[in-house]
Design a protein around this ligand. Structure first.
Ligand code: SAM
Length: 254
């Protein structure tokens, strides 16, 4: 299969049906479940959340685990292909969602109507798909509006700081843990992280991402009105800024 060389313009247009069919091989559900260890379910429950929106559900990994833990989950994604896979995976696993819908982050609060949530998650290094500061600002504003007062947001991203400052050196133990799948940056500079994914059968795909720095994301959250921003590195706190693969940022709507 040839490389899908993708445009940065339409962020979820990068998820072709071909790539979506391979996504669960990349996720590696078993390895990822073990590495996360119920982190998001625990965070949501400790905050007293009941109704949770996964706004970048992809093929459903986090939405399904949150629902399995007893939370009432709405699963949305900007990609029809991804959402279709979430619905199929949920059906196969006997998991029911409160609601599923194709929704773009920037219009999320409007597209979801009156519905407001106790917690909103945007996981798996999804927010990196926005290339314009204004789009990130608008998406954060929509996330804020989609939450009830007191609601919690959890948003994660790769540790781009260490990739940019020291080079790529993933332990590959978290998130995308699929066996035999190689994921590495084919191009990396302060404006673009072009990741290449190679699968054991020879298929390969690329995704263009914006390298989000940790402090920038915290400031974006604060600028949108969120308070008490807390960061975890590979699900632990405190953490070594330079030596974690992924950063999880948690904040609250006052
Ligand atoms: N959370 C899933 C996971 O961890 O496997 C999927 C992660 S995937 C890297 C990013 C997801 O974000 C894709 O499903 C993509 O369609 C979605 N996405 C990207 N930009 C979006 C936007 N502006 N609005 C809604 N979804 C978007």
């Amino acid at each position: 299969m040839s490389i899908q060389n993708l445009d940065t313009g339409n962020q979820y247009g990068q998820y072709t049906t071909d790539f979506v069919d391979y996504w669960d091989d990349l996720v590696g559900w078993e390895g990822r479940t073990a590495s996360e260890g119920g982190f998001y379910e625990q965070l949501a429950k400790n905050a007293g959340a009941r109704e949770v929106a996964d706004v970048a559900c992809g093929t459903g990994f986090n939405a399904i685990n949150l629902a399995k833990s007893g939370l009432v989950v709405t699963a949305t994604d900007g990609s029809e292909n991804m959402l279709a896979k979430t619905r199929e995976n949920a059906r196969q696993m006997g998991v029911t969602f409160a609601h599923t819908q194709v929704a773009d982050w920037v219009k999320l609060d409007k597209q979801l109507g009156e519905q407001r949530f106790d917690a909103l998650v945007c996981l798996g290094n999804s927010f990196t798909h926005l290339f314009e500061h204004e789009a990130r600002r608008d998406a954060m504003e929509a996330f804020y509006k989609a939450l009830r007062p007191g609601g919690m947001i959890i948003l994660d991203h790769r540790n781009y700081d260490s990739m940019l400052d020291q080079g790529y050196n993933s332990k590959h133990q978290h998130y995308y843990t699929g066996k035999g799948v190689d994921a590495y940056p084919a191009e990396l500079n302060r404006y673009l992280a072009r990741f290449e994914y190679k699968f054991p059968d020879g298929a390969h795909f690329q995704l263009n991402m914006y390298p989000l720095r940790q402090d920038y994301v915290s400031h974006l959250l604060e600028d949108a009105g969120f308070i008490n921003v807390t960061r975890y590195g590979d699900f632990a706190k405190p953490y070594d800024r330079e030596n974690v693969d992924f950063v999880q940022q948690v904040a609250y709507r006052p």
